[in-house]
Design a binder for this molecule. Structure first.
Ligand SMILES: Cc1cc2nc3c(=O)[nH]c(=O)nc-3n(C[C@H](O)[C@H](O)[C@H](O)COP(=O)(O)OP(=O)(O)OC[C@H]3O[C@@H](n4cnc5c(N)ncnc54)[C@H](O)[C@@H]3O)c2cc1C
Length: 508
């Protein structure tokens, strides 16, 4: 069978795969996304998007789409509160979500160092729709209804066999990236190690209709003597966690959750006499925490849940997956361009794992710690009260927990002591001047290029004409900076070190 040749094959059109493909396409790479489902997956998963993930999208001009979704979601939450409040029990007015730790919703956004960098109340199904539209706009080809079952990396290229609607097909590419989720075929077939900790609990979640929803008030997360549960605050969303054992059929489809099973769990945990009259989009989940030891083997890479899995506590999965994609996209594009020019160096590509692996390792650990604050026993209750006290009375503690789950203070080690270098810059940090007009930073990054910001200290004599991947702009009242396409500060300061940074990241 004659293969179709492209630069990169991305397996999986989940959030990570879709965003990675658009990042590659923006950098001029020919990419095909292979997705086993024929239609976008509307399964109920994430209800919120971490700040770094949201910023990765805002850098590409998707901020207004996120705003619209968040506004609609808040209105739906308000409407649910009002309809259930009709029995006389006042429901609190919804407010933009901040982070939580172990179900302690005490992280105060106003206490954070950069309060504008916050979680967004955007559901995963809406996020995937926004990303799919963006992918279409930038010209990404998506093969839906096709599954990757096997591949061969011969050192020169990767050949992939794809099966599905229209019979088997073969793709050939310089690189293959597995963004195929927790049960990744790419990870398993690619021989990646996946060490970690075993599951201990069973989480169940679904969109439901109930005979007596008012018996589950108040809306939102609650800890009981037998587990944890949340009804709402989004319409129909029901989550129940029992901490006694992991799901019995762990290898079965996670979507095989029935209304009977969810209802029994709900009644055990809530103690309320409530029946589920309709169930949509039900999933089971657990708390195994595993991470691939390497993110690249030869020409095969992993990103998102394919590279790391953990419980959804603290809502951190998308923050990891989308920032993996933002970190990897432009580096893989630069590597492919370099190879086309006869330069086989993969040094930049390998910084993907050295930067992103430690970030995910810390998230896995904090999800393990969150579990230790959630179990329904008296010892855990006592510990939980101490942590709640610390969060409430010590702003520094509140900030520490907030930064742990939001990731906004993460700093990659780029070998520079300057505290700004290695950080992902927020959009509020500086105003940039472009063709005489003052603009916000991210508005100049929609095209996926890096930015050289000529601040008060200048940048010395430079010729950037050979690099089309960096745009040069001015900023008043700011330090000079080189910003990578993923928003990371690669250099900051006077003219020293700039040439090296440009050569290292942009080969210019
Ligand atoms: C109950 C629950 C609640 C959550 N809440 C949050 C939250 O509030 N905030 C948050 O940030 N995260 C949350 N998460 C985590 C978040 O959903 C995941 O981190 C996210 O889906 C990972 O995206 P991904 O693209 O890496 O993988 P996935 O979303 O799993 O996408 C993988 C894609 O690959 C496709 N695929 C798989 N195998 C193949 C194959 N062989 N060939 C072709 N295609 C294939 C799949 O069909 C799928 O479309 C939650 C998860 C769960 C289960």
């Amino acid at each position: 069978m004659k293969p179709r040749k492209v630069d990169v094959i991305v397996v999986g059109a989940g959030p990570t795969g879709l965003f990675l493909a658009t990042e590659l396409r923006l950098a001029g790479i020919v990419v095909v996304v292979v997705e086993r489902h024929s239609e976008p997956d509307l399964a109920l998963k994430a209800g919120g998007l971490g700040p770094l993930a949201a910023e990765a999208l805002e850098r590409r001009g998707l901020g207004p789409a996120l705003d619209a979704e968040e506004t609609a979601a808040l209105q739906a939450v308000k409407a649910m509160g009002q309809s259930l409040g009709a029995d006389g029990r006042a429901q609190p007015a919804p407010r933009p979500i901040a982070g939580n730790f172990g179900g302690l919703f005490l992280i105060e956004q106003s206490l954070q160092r950069e309060p504008a960098r916050r979680m967004r109340g955007v559901a995963q199904s809406a996020l995937e729709r926004i990303l799919a539209e963006h992918a279409q706009t930038v010209g990404v080809e998506i093969w839906r209804g096709q599954a990757v079952e096997s591949f061969v990396d011969d050192g020169e290229c990767v050949r992939v066999e794809v099966r599905g609607e229209g019979g088997p097909r073969v793709l050939e590419a310089a690189y293959l990236v597995g963004c195929d989720g927790a049960r990744s075929v790419v990870r398993k077939r690619g021989g990646f190690d996946f060490p970690g900790t075993e599951p201990t609990l069973t989480g169940r979640q679904g969109l439901v209709e109930l005979d007596h929803p008012e018996r589950l008030l108040p809306l939102g997360w609650r800890r009981t003597a037998t587990g944890m549960m949340a009804y709402g605050p989004r319409p129909g969303r029901l989550s129940v966690i029992e901490f006694d054992r992991p799901p019995s059929d762990r290898d079965g489809p996670l979507t095989a959750l029935t209304a009977v099973e969810l209802e029994e769990s709900l009644r055990r945990v809530s103690g309320a006499d409530v029946r589920i009259t309709a169930l949509r989009s039900a999933t089971r989940w657990t708390d195994h925490a595993r991470q691939a030891s390497a993110y690249r083997r030869g020409r095969v890479l992993l990103a998102g849940d394919a590279a790391h899995i953990h419980s959804p506590f603290g809502g951190q999965g998308l923050n990891l997956g989308l920032v993996d994609a933002a970190n990897l996209g432009w580096k893989l594009a630069a590597t492919i361009r370099g190879e086309a020019m006869g330069n086989a160096s993969v040094a930049v590509l390998d910084t993907y794992a050295s930067e992103r692996h430690p970030v995910a390792a810390r998230v896995l650990d904090n999800t393990r710690a969150q579990l230790a604050l959630m179990r329904p026993d008296p010892q855990t209750t006592a510990l939980r009260e101490i942590i709640a006290d610390l969060l409430t009375h010590f702003p520094e503690v509140n900030r520490h927990f907030g930064e742990m789950t939001s990731g906004v203070e993460n700093r990659y080690d780029l070998g520079d002591d300057d505290p700004l270098v290695g950080r992902l810059l927020g959009d509020g940090d500086l105003l940039v001047e472009n063709e005489g007009e003052e603009r916000r930073l991210y508005s100049l990054m929609h095209d996926g290029r890096g930015l050289l910001i000529e601040g008060d200290g200048g940048v010395g004599e430079l010729d950037l004409s050979s690099s089309s991947r960096v745009r040069r702009v001015k900023a008043v009242g700011a330090r000079s900076m080189l910003i990578r396409p993923d928003g990371c500060v690669a250099w900051a300061g006077g003219a020293r070190g700039l040439q090296e940074a440009l050569a290292r990241w942009f080969a210019s």
